[in-house]
Design a protein around this ligand. Structure first.
Ligand SMILES: Cc1cc2nc3c(=O)[nH]c(=O)nc-3n(C[C@H](O)[C@H](O)[C@H](O)COP(=O)(O)OP(=O)(O)OC[C@H]3O[C@@H](n4cnc5c(N)ncnc54)[C@H](O)[C@@H]3O)c2cc1C
Length: 377
């Protein structure tokens, strides 16, 4: 059997790619080391924020708007809870690049956002102790995604659309033949495809060692939070950058538990085994305490936590390209801790690549050529 597309890594991006390619009538094989959704990659922990007014740069806005449309479509098609329009508050001192980019995104793309002074933020959400001189960008149309539901829905829909799934089986190598690409799995089988997508997340360097991607252990935790912090009271998801440039994110409390994490920092790791569970590092229990005391003072003690991984690129922008020695192999990597919201659209882009079609959003800023790195097989 020769597949039109072999997807190596059926997590956030790969599951979406396998669905869109199978739906387009292509013969697809999706391979994964685990049984997605699972907790050995980067998509566990229930929720991921989707922001439209993009603090990392307005160039991301067309991609996130396409992604949002696809998430909404996925919810309808799978009859699964995928997205909560809880709103997102971006908050930082006036003049911070993150806030300037968010404001620029709203202006350039006419996003329905509100730019708020610190006093307006405090009046709207009394649980947020926004210091004077800070600025909030509130996005009522944004919110958060249920990440494991979304990956699960894509996996199921892909199977229904005819995708062959080989799960619990890591890919160990890629071999290039004249017309076809062979993907070798740990059981020694060779799978032939016309096109291959490598969307292996944190451990992509085992297959593509030249990639400038560094795995980092990250933690997040759930905290007791009552009055004023609940989603049903209108409390939004949030991203807050402090004056020292540290950045924290979180979600409205569900069943009185508010999930929060720190976006920067974490421990560089080289193997999955080094991703020790929450609580194994002394700093795990205090990582968000100062932030909560200062900005969300009504949020209480930590109830539990979990560990996850980021795949960091040097500039924290994504890496989307094909191999110079074989343009039939595409890779989507280096999502740097902010990629989930885009996974639907990146999956669609990979399905277009497999079908030989143009994708509607320009991804050229994510090419490898921006790094001084030699790509080799
Ligand atoms: C704590 C935390 C919070 C985050 N918060 C947000 C957020 O709020 N908003 C946001 O947009 N993003 C967020 N992110 C980032 C986002 O979750 C990731 O960027 C995204 O999930 C990565 O998608 P992926 O497809 O690259 O990786 P994954 O979803 O991990 O998929 C990769 C898949 O490849 C498989 N695999 C790996 N190696 C092999 C192999 N050799 N053979 C076969 N299969 C293989 C893995 O098993 C896995 O299923 C967060 C990440 C973390 C860890």
């Amino acid at each position: 059997m020769t597949y039109d597309l072999i997807v190596v890594g059926s997590g956030s991006v790969g599951a979406a790619a396998s669905f869109y390619a199978a739906k387009a009538g292509l013969k697809v094989l999706a391979i994964d080391s685990g049984h997605p959704p699972h907790d050995i990659g980067s998509h566990h922990g229930s929720t991921r924020i989707i922001r439209h007014a993009y603090g990392e740069g307005s160039d991301y806005v067309p991609l996130v708007l396409r992604a949002q449309a696809l998430w909404d479509e996925l919810a309808r098609e799978s009859q699964t809870e995928i997205f909560h329009r809880a709103g997102v508050l971006n908050l930082a001192p006036d003049g911070a690049g993150f806030i300037a980019n968010a404001v620029a995104s709203t202006q350039k793309y006419a996003l329905p956002c509100q730019v708020l002074s610190a006093a307006e933020v405090r009046a709207k959400w009394p649980g947020v102790a926004a210091p004077d001189g800070w600025v909030g960008v509130y996005e009522p149309q944004a919110g958060y995604l249920l990440s494991e539901n979304a990956v699960g829905a894509y996996v199921q829909l892909a199977e229904k659309a005819g995708c062959t799934q080989l799960f619990g089986q890591p890919a160990t190598g890629i071999k290039h033949a004249a017309e076809l690409v062979e993907v070798v799995t740990a059981d020694g089988q060779r799978h032939r495809g016309r096109k291959v997508l490598i969307s292996a997340g944190t451990w992509v360097k085992k297959l593509l060692p030249f990639l400038p991607v560094n795995p980092v252990r990250k933690i997040f935790s759930w905290h007791r939070a009552e009055g004023g912090y609940r989603e049903e009271e209108g409390f939004p998801a949030f991203v807050v950058q402090l004056p020292d440039k540290t950045q924290y994110y979180g979600f409205p409390a569900i069943a009185n538990e508010l999930k929060v994490g720190r976006h920067d920092a974490g421990q560089p790791i080289e193997t999955h085994e080094q991703r020790l569970p929450f609580g194994e590092f002394a700093e795990d229990s205090t990582e968000v305490s100062g932030f909560l005391r200062g900005i969300l003072p009504g949020v209480g003690a930590s109830l539990r936590g979990a560990a996850c991984t980021y795949d960091m690129s040097p500039d924290e922008d994504f890496i989307v390209d094909t191999l110079p020695e074989n343009r039939n192999v595409m890779f989507i990597s280096g999502l740097s801790g902010h990629g989930f919201k885009f996974a639907s659209a990146l999956g669609e882009a990979a399905a277009c690549f497999a079908a030989g079609k143009e994708f509607g959003v320009d991804l050229s800023r994510f090419r490898m050529s921006r790094f001084a790195v030699k790509m080799r097989p």
